[in-house]
Structure formats: structure tokens, C-alpha cells
Write a protein that binds this ligand. Structure first.
Ligand code: FES
Ligand code: FES
Length: 214
């Protein structure tokens, strides 16, 4: 009996010891592999991203999971672009990437290597506002100011989209270039939520700029 008890303990010990050795080898192998790949041994994978933001070149070493929004706000300190829902539903984080408006909370920074990004800070400055910023002020197109940077970036890109002949869901005649109508503007701006209801003033502001452009 005593012998079989001893054997059973040592068999268990042997199994446990074996498992620990296998785990140790696996961990050290993976650590070596991680170090060989150039990543920090215990850190997340990172990548170098180069892009132009508001006319200035930037190069960042980022966790590959970093969104463009966080890269702008947390790494470049461009806090004009706001984080509202962080789920692609409010439009507060809208920026212009290579001429197209995007929700920067839904886009990884690494996807924008080599891109030209424009944020609200790149459109105009106090004392030298972009015409769309000026129109928002004139028409009282904002109240809380939280959604306004995204609204303005979107509005600028919307007029470019219409000018480029890109149709929307409400464009009725696809053989004709779309026109700047209130219906077109409402549809195209529908991804930008304003909780205080400045919508009609926002449409007035965009229509004003479109008139000035035409
Ligand atoms: S923060 Fe990106 S859409 Fe709301
Ligand atoms: S102006 Fe920002 S929610 Fe209305």
C-alpha cells in the first residue's frame, strides 16, 4: 500500500513538473520570438505611422489598435476633434482623410499611413476662419460646441462631394449632377448628430457657403 501511495504521488508530481516545464519552454520561446520580431517583450504590437496632419508631417510609434481619433487627440494633442459615442454613431469625430470625411473613431491610425488628414484645427484659425466656420457663427449653427467640429468638417466635405457629382440616397436623377438642396444637405449631414437641435441653422450655414461658392 505504502509503495503504491508513493508511486501515485511521484506520478502526479512528475505530471505536474512536466506541465510546468512545457509551459516554461513555451513562454520563453514566445518571449524570444516576440523579442526577435522587434516588439516589446510584454507590450502590445506597435507600428510606425507617418501621415500629414493639417499640413505638418508626423511620425508616430503606435499600438496597432490605436484609432485615428485617439492618435489625433492623445498623441498629437489635437483636441478639436471630439469623442462622442466612440461607436460611429454621432459624427463628433469626423475628420477629412485624403479629401473624404470619415468617422475617426472607427478607423485605425495604421490605416492612414501616408494620408493627408484635415481636422477642424486645419480648416481655419481664430482671426482667419474657414468660410464654413464663419457661416456657422453667422447662422448660429452651433450651441454646445461639442458636435460642431465634426459638423463643420462634414459640411466642408459634403459640398466637395456634391461638386464632384457623388450621389446620395435622395438624389433622384442619377444622370444629372446632384444639386445643393436642403434635402441633399439633410441626408448627407444625417450622420452628424446635434442634440440641441441647431439643424436648421446648420443647413442655413451650409447653403450660404454653397451660394458663395457657386
Ligand atoms: S465619436 Fe465617432 S461617431 Fe461618435
Ligand atoms: S451644437 Fe452640439 S449637440 Fe448641438
Amino acid at each position: 500500500m505504502a509503495i503504491s501511495h508513493d508511486i501515485s504521488i511521484s506520478r502526479r508530481g512528475l505530471l505536474a513538473g512536466g506541465a510546468i516545464s512545457v509551459a516554461t519552454v513555451a513562454v520563453s520561446d514566445s518571449a524570444a520570438a516576440t523579442q526577435e520580431s522587434g516588439r516589446p517583450a510584454n507590450g502590445p504590437p506597435t507600428a510606425r505611422v507617418s501621415f500629414e496632419v493639417n499640413g505638418s508631417a508626423h511620425e508616430l510609434e503606435l499600438d496597432t489598435r490605436t484609432t485615428l481619433l485617439d492618435a489625433l487627440r492623445e498623441h498629437l494633442r489635437l483636441t478639436g476633434t471630439k469623442k462622442g459615442c466612440d461607436h460611429g454613431q454621432c459624427g463628433a469625430c469626423t475628420v477629412i482623410a485624403d479629401g473624404r470625411r470619415i468617422n475617426s473613431c472607427l478607423s485605425l491610425a495604421v490605416q492612414h499611413d501616408g494620408d493627408k488628414i484635415t481636422t477642424i484645427e486645419g480648416l481655419g484659425l481664430p482671426g482667419k476662419l474657414h468660410p464654413m466656420q464663419e457661416a456657422f457663427v453667422v447662422h448660429d449653427g452651433y450651441q454646445c460646441g461639442y458636435c460642431t467640429p465634426g459638423q463643420i468638417c462634414s459640411a466642408v466635405a459634403v459640398l466637395d462631394e456634391i461638386e464632384a457629382g457623388i450621389p446620395s440616397h435622395v438624389t433622384t436623377d442619377l444622370n444629372e449632377p446632384p444639386k445643393v438642396t436642403r434635402g441633399e444637405l439633410r441626408e448627407r449631414m444625417s450622420g452628424n448628430i446635434c442634440r440641441c437641435g441647431a439643424y436648421s441653422n446648420i443647413i442655413d450655414a451650409i447653403t450660404d457657403v454653397a451660394g458663395a461658392k457657386a
